[in-house]
Design a protein around this ligand. Sequence first.
Ligand code: GAP
Length: 513
Amino acid sequence: MSQPKSMDAIMALCKRRGFIYQASEIYGGINGFWDYGPLGAQLKKNLREAWWQDMIMNPAWGRKGPNGERVRCVPLETCIIQHPKVWEASGHVGGFNDPMVDCKESKGRYRYDHVMVFVPESGDPGDKPVFAYVGDQPSEAKQRKKAEKTFGAVRSVALSSLPQPWTRVIGPDAEKPGTLTEPRMFNLMFDTIPGAIRDEANKAYLRPETAQGIFVQFKNVVDTTRVKIPFGIGNTGRSFRNEVTPRNFTFRSREFEQAELEFFCHPSESQDWYRFWRDFRMEWWRSIGLAGENLILREHDKDELSHYSQGTSDVEYRFPFTAPGFGELEGIAHRGCYDLTQHQEHSKVKLDYFDTTRGETLPNGGKKGERYIPHCIEPAAGLDRGALALICEAYTRDESRPSPEILRFHPRVAPIKAAVFPLVDKDGMPEVAERLADELFRRFGRDGFIETDAKQSIGKRYARMDEAGCPFCFTIDGDTLKDQTVTARDRDTGQQQRIALDKVAGFLAERLA
Ligand code: GAP
């Protein structure tokens, strides 16, 4: 297994090259919120569009599903704020809670399962205080130092492994022991009050997932289009969760973007569809560049499953901050008929489906039909975690290069598709470069930037493009003017070849596909 990459170096590159900025940075930032700079915004757009294309417009790359037919999906775009009853029906009002511990001294609030404590490496701490921290927060280094001063060598264990009351535990940001409360449940939904009257009775929520918008519009989609079971509905957009300990860069944010598909099918076919989507989703992440050993598919154990789920798998990526472990990129869940049944009960609107292809065969050869609540398979991906995984996977250091940091993005998601450089800013080269850049822009500019740059040495310009993840550079030099050829440089190998000026667009088209 290779060494984990440095998250500090990746975050610094993301800032330096305009991928990701802290939200409201000039005011000191706001915890759990991130903005995307020009390259990050385009990277995420390419990821979203790859999802849209491969999940909705041409689902599963045109493959046939387990029923032997082409997979069919349609898109939907639903509101961030829905009727509050949506979240009662979905279980988010009653159940979307994390256990939290508060600190009476620092007023800090921490997710119970994220709090760890340092104890002596061997043996019991006796009556000495033990030091709590939350991983990856500044508290970890500070508390480790104090713990090592008290115990020498230390190891960390979960706070939950210590019996309560925690009279000897010093909270992550506290000085005195015994200030952590016992865990209490905390709802993760942000609330707001639409309209002019600030009355609690009018309270609504920012959606914590895009999926419920699909269930509540299921009937409208069936009634207003020609979809027939089995089919999927896809929805992408912002979701909000008041995460108690947002951390690990964009991995756990309070505002993030999801891309979710709800695939509706007959109960008897649901296990086949579950396996179909689970396997396709893994293949899909591989196809856009997460091809190595850092990507795994993890089937949930029975005791991890929600009561309604008949199977869940996670696509997980080994991020530098989770290594040697993995973090979830996407969950693929067999949700049975849970959601539609819940909304049917709460809304009193029938959400079943009349399937004219099933039931007894009639004397005329037709079918009697069958009424049922479809089962649902849900591949639910996070686009911010996806973009972060693409950045982490692409990040490579090659000390043999003049500028060692390279982002080896898959060409499909790369935010800059190509760069065109005049070797020098004179002798007719800028004009040829400009014409070539215009041609490339017309053909590929919908999917990413076509850069031109005449400043600095050519080596420095290549290095800048390597850092931004641009897969190909084309250089116009003195020979171009004589023989109409250019230098094509490959980001990953650094190798250069001469190709005809009028073949550049074709060369790029082959490699961006
Ligand atoms: N409808 C199911 C659902 O929302 P989830 O596992 O809670 O399932 C799906 O979320 C995906 O959304 C996750 O796999 C992850 O990629 C992303 N996600 C969830 N919470 C997130 C957060 N706080 N920050 C960034 N991404 C998050």
